[in-house]
Design a protein around this ligand. Structure first.
Ligand code: GSH
Length: 214
């Protein structure tokens, strides 16, 4: 099994799951700034030219939520509740909510403070964050209310929904996301950081460059 990744939030979910579940996989870092996502070989795997991508035998999969579900099914983990329709619907609700609402509200904070610093592509632009502030507050309030009395986002246990929702927000202090008014969100995000695989999902340096695609 190969997993192609860059040091960014969508691959972070998949790499954290791989580490958390102890899955054997060859994790191959792509050189984003050197055009590693635009090579013909990688484009053939993922025509979106995004990361992550999973290759497992004849299976080629992109979209981190689908990859996480696939890994859980293969590994027999109920972090994707494959055998319980009601739980599946519950997790699916939060995966969708993330992709439709939460992600776009937190993305500018994450991009301006974390992505730009990681890839050395400039200084944070405050205007980008100001523009999404109303949405951030609206959706943080929704999540905060939902997390009242709940340790995790869905099914009263850790699921892939937690990794989906937390991947851009987990570094909320560094990203200067104003989440201090949402104590349940802070408790949940900081609680996830107690998981070693979530706190440090990145593969060891020695494993990174093997298998690069021309
Ligand atoms: N919805 C996709 C998002 C994939 C995505 O946007 N990946 C980003 C990193 S978080 C990427 O590859 N960016 C590189 C680029 O756009 O050039 C998923 O969940 O896998």
């Amino acid at each position: 099994m190969q997993i192609y990744w860059i040091k960014a939030q969508a691959p972070r979910r998949v790499l954290a799951l791989v580490k958390h579940l102890g899955i054997e996989a060859q994790c191959i870092e792509l050189d984003l700034m050197g055009g590693g996502l635009k090579t013909p070989a990688y484009t053939a795997l993922n025509p979106n030219r995004k990361a992550p991508t999973l290759v497992h035998g004849d299976t080629v999969l992109w979209e981190s939520s689908a990859i996480m579900a696939y890994l859980c099914i293969k590994h027999g983990s109920d972090m994707w509740p494959a055998r319980d329709p009601a739980e599946q619907v519950e997790v699916l609700r939060w995966l969708s909510w993330n992709d439709q609402h939460w992600a776009s509200a937190v993305a500018p904070f994450y991009f301006e403070h974390v992505v730009k610093a990681t890839f050395h592509i400039g200084e944070p632009d405050e205007a980008e964050m100001t523009a999404v502030m109303p949405d951030l507050k609206k959706f943080a309030a929704v999540l905060n209310q939902h997390l009242e009395g709940r340790p995790f986002v869905a099914c009263h246990r850790l699921t892939i929904a937690d990794f989906q929702l937390a991947s851009m927000a987990c570094e909320w202090r560094r990203s200067q996301m104003p989440l201090g008014d949402y104590p349940n969100v802070v408790r949940w995000l900081d609680g996830l950081m107690q998981l070693p695989a979530w706190a440090d999902p990145w593969p060891a340096a020695a494993a990174k460059k093997e298998g690069a695609l021309a």
